[in-house]
Design a binder for this molecule. Structure first.
Ligand SMILES: [Zn+2]
Length: 352
């Protein structure tokens, strides 16, 4: 996803190339694919609440600001990274490729303003996903990379030169001490990915946890594509057990507060309640009567009806509260529905 990126010549050309590639693909697939998108035919959605938007980005396409004391964050309005300036160098947390070279520009800007070193000496990985650390190789080989042990295993198997494996790994806990600063890294079980880590800044009243809770926005498609749905539902409780005032979620243009996280937890609980109610209310009989031996058609239509029943009131409640509630609540409801059926066994019946 790369919303609101300023169109430049390169991205325009890339987009044109992608669109021009469509006819060839369509021919291969049998020619029945859709025509290139047009603003006239694309659906409309509710406006984004102003509260969900962050500070404007500068001419280079980024915003860098203070979180607290010498902890800073940088965003391109879609992705976020953070950095800590110290007397011995900079500790960077994630390197999203969408921010790319603007990471060092942001660090140079802040370091110059404060008269501190601008050299990145440590790079902490929140998790192995390319959209959050695909800019890692920009920082060369003379930097200590730190990540959870499963990040190292996953990155070793993915073998992507843009994402060097961490030099330092930990299983459940690691305390990083650099230039008189302390950062606590922790792994509390699998959630969005098996390696997703909690990054706590005890001296800065801040927690960073990526791809779980995106302040003032609903999750990305299908519940943030979370690999472990129950683990991801539980993660905000673990996050709330830490002391913090500021939250860095890795996405969109603003930081979060504890109140924001409470709203998000209520949103997820409302979806869970809606799904349980829908599973007990929507009658599957007509779907199976209609489709006979086409069990997939019956399943698809029945589950779509369950999703519509469960998500409808949630969308209505959160429009204007959480950005894009009308875009992704249904797909997140489907992901949670499947987890409630398959992981929790809710509504499962044994043949008499
Ligand atoms: Zn991710």
């Amino acid at each position: 996803m790369s919303p609101n990126s300023v169109p430049n010549r390169r991205s325009f050309l890339a987009r044109s190339a992608a669109i021009m590639a469509v006819p060839a693909v369509a021919t291969l697939a049998g020619g029945a694919l859709a025509a290139p998108a047009s603003a006239d035919t694309l659906p409309d959605y509710a406006p984004i609440p102003p509260s969900a938007l962050g500070p404007a980005v500068n001419a280079q396409g980024y915003f860098a600001g203070r979180v607290e004391k010498n902890l800073y964050w940088v965003t391109d309005s879609a992705y976020q990274a953070a950095f800590l300036t110290t007397r011995d160098g900079v500790v960077l947390f994630d390197a999203p490729p969408s921010i790319g070279h603007n990471l060092q520009r942001a660090i140079d800007q802040i370091a110059a303003e404060n008269g501190v070193p601008n050299k990145v000496t440590h790079l902490v990985y929140s998790h192995h996903h390319a959209d959050h650390i695909g800019g890692s190789s920009l920082f060369g080989t003379d930097v200590v990379r730190i990540g959870q042990v499963q990040a190292k295993q996953l990155l070793a198997s993915e073998n992507d030169p843009a994402r060097p494996v961490p030099d330092v790994t930990f299983e459940t806990k690691y305390t990083l001490n650099v230039g008189g600063e302390r950062v606590n890294l922790a792994w509390h079980g699998t959630n969005h990915t098996p390696d997703n880590s909690y990054i706590h800044f005890p001296g800065h009243d801040t927690l960073m946890l990526v791809d779980i809770f995106l302040p003032r926005w609903v999750p990305f498609d299908s519940f943030n594509l979370n690999e472990d749905v129950p683990g991801s539902i539980a993660a905000p409780d673990t996050a709330m057990a830490y002391p913090w005032k500021h939250f860095i979620g890795g996405h969109m243009g603003r930081l979060g507060t504890r109140a924001d996280m409470a709203v998000y937890q209520q949103y997820v609980n409302d979806i869970i309640d809606g799904v349980k109610k829908a599973l007990g209310t929507v009658d599957p009989t007509p779907f199976f009567a209609k489709y006979g031996n086409n069990v997939w058609a019956a399943s698809q239509q029945y589950l779509a009806a369950v999703v519509a029943y469960a998500s409808g009131p949630v969308i209505k409640k959160y429009l204007g509260v959480l950005a894009a509630a009308d875009v992704y609540t249904a797909s997140t409801t489907f992901a949670i529905l499947e987890s409630i059926r398959l992981d929790l066994g809710f509504g499962s019946q044994v043949h008499p």
